[in-house]
Design a protein around this ligand. Structure first.
Ligand SMILES: [Fe+2]
Length: 292
């Protein structure tokens, strides 16, 4: 098998030609996996496949999960389809990594563009290794000692929360990456809510720096796969017409911290501002209760 690999930006992303994914087996999956570790997001244009073939391809990379917030059919819980028309509907137009609101966020997403507009509806990805590497050493060291609370508020479930390290270590490459995003991350656990808002505001803007990104213009039948452990993505809601995606997701793992938390969770003194601490308090109490 000879694959043609074309890099799409200086930071991440490659288009791959020379393979029909419905024919892929474990040997091809191993090759694709190593390309994914190198380029973080891969695009395979012109892939025709049925939902069952899509599921079978996904299973080459691990166990698939049902999406907790999107409707799915009982016979294929791992497979979902999202429709958007005229820039409205199922469009993830905020920077995020998939499902960081869960204790074990998805490792990998495998998306096929079933229908797309001629113009608009591109997706952007950003390289979170670079976003970490280009912080100053004091900022890197500070962030490594922190954790953050994530929630499913964007899906109407603010009570579903998880705490993850702000800097995680990729289990396969050993590289450190920034792991906070504007869609799901609510609060730095070890700081006051005001300090947290300032730091999170800075970091979530920083990760969007154009030089960390690639922007992809879709054609129908292109399949993309990306590593959620070291990237974020954002869909552009700038299109007319229909955009239909089909996706499976490889089940997650618990993010490993670059270093253990250096400080305890911080809850400010009881005051009118305590309402900002309520969600963190509830999470800590619930987790404490679960451990007992
Ligand atoms: Fe997403």
């Amino acid at each position: 098998m000879t694959l043609q690999v074309t890099k799409l930006s200086g930071s991440l992303g490659a288009e791959i030609r020379g393979i029909r994914l419905t024919d892929a087996g474990p040997a091809e999956a191993a090759k694709i996996q190593s390309l994914l570790l190198e380029h973080l997001v891969l695009f395979f244009p012109g892939q025709q496949m049925t939902p069952d073939e899509h599921i079978a391809f996904g299973r080459l990379f691990g166990q698939l999960e049902a999406h907790p917030n999107l409707s799915f059919s009982a016979e294929r819980p791992e497979f979902f389809e999202l429709h958007a028309t005229g820039g409205q509907g199922g469009i993830a137009d905020e920077w995020h990594s998939d499902l960081t609101c869960q204790p074990e966020p998805s490792i990998m997403s495998i998306l096929r563009m079933a229908k797309c507009p001629d113009v608009g509806g591109d997706t952007m990805w950003a390289n979170m290794y670079k976003a970490y590497d280009e912080l100053s050493p004091p900022m890197q060291e500070f962030c490594e000692g922190l954790t953050a609370l994530h929630d499913a508020d964007p899906h109407g479930h603010a009570e579903r929360t998880a705490i993850h390290p702000v800097v995680r270590v990729h289990p396969e490459t050993g590289r450190k990456s920034l792991f906070v995003n504007e869609h799901f991350t609510r609060r730095i656990v070890e700081m006051s809510h005001q300090e947290s808002a300032a730091l999170l505001g800075y970091l979530t803007r920083w990760v969007q720096s154009p030089r960390f990104t690639v922007r992809y213009h879709w054609t129908e039948g292109t399949l993309a796969m990306w590593d959620n452990r070291c990237t974020q993505h954002h869909v552009l809601s700038d299109f007319d017409g229909d955009r239909v995606i089909q996706r499976v997701t490889v089940m997650g793992d618990k993010p490993e911290a670059a270093s253990p938390p250096r400080w305890k969770p911080y809850i400010g003194p009881l005051s009118a501002a305590s309402r900002h601490d309520r969600q963190l308090l509830t999470h800590l109490k619930t987790q404490g209760a679960r451990r007992e």
